[in-house]
Design a protein. Structure first.
Length: 114
């Protein structure tokens, strides 16, 4: 089970930190990822961190977002800085074990608006 939190309303240029805490799985063996889905759009990958710590980001968030994980707390984070209106979306966390098993959180809404 994945529980995401940290979304909210923020002005352009502001920051938010999303958290996703896992339970019932061997967290440190899973690749963790954040996806987002804007209204009327397909879900897209935002950032991913493997069990070994390798990280990749989608181009629009590079330099603004940072993904990290705390294996002791079974939690993955997404620090989002310099937020833009186009970052508005529901953000979902995913736990993926070698493409064999995948679990999703319930989503947390991020709204960037003045």
């Amino acid at each position: 089970q994945l529980q995401a939190s940290g979304g909210g309303l923020v002005q352009p240029g502001g920051s938010l930190r999303l958290s996703c805490t896992a339970s019932g799985l061997m967290f440190n063996s899973y690749t963790m990822a954040w996806y987002r889905q804007a209204p009327g759009e397909q879900r897209e990958l935002v950032a991913r961190i493997t069990s070994g710590g390798s990280i990749n980001y989608t181009d629009p968030v590079k330099g603004r977002f940072t993904i990290s994980r705390d294996n002791a707390k079974n939690t993955v984070f997404l620090q989002m800085n310099s937020l833009k209106p186009e970052d508005t979306a529901a953000y979902y966390c995913e736990a993926n074990w070698y493409e064999v098993r995948s679990y999703w959180g319930q989503g947390t809404l991020v709204t960037v608006s003045s």
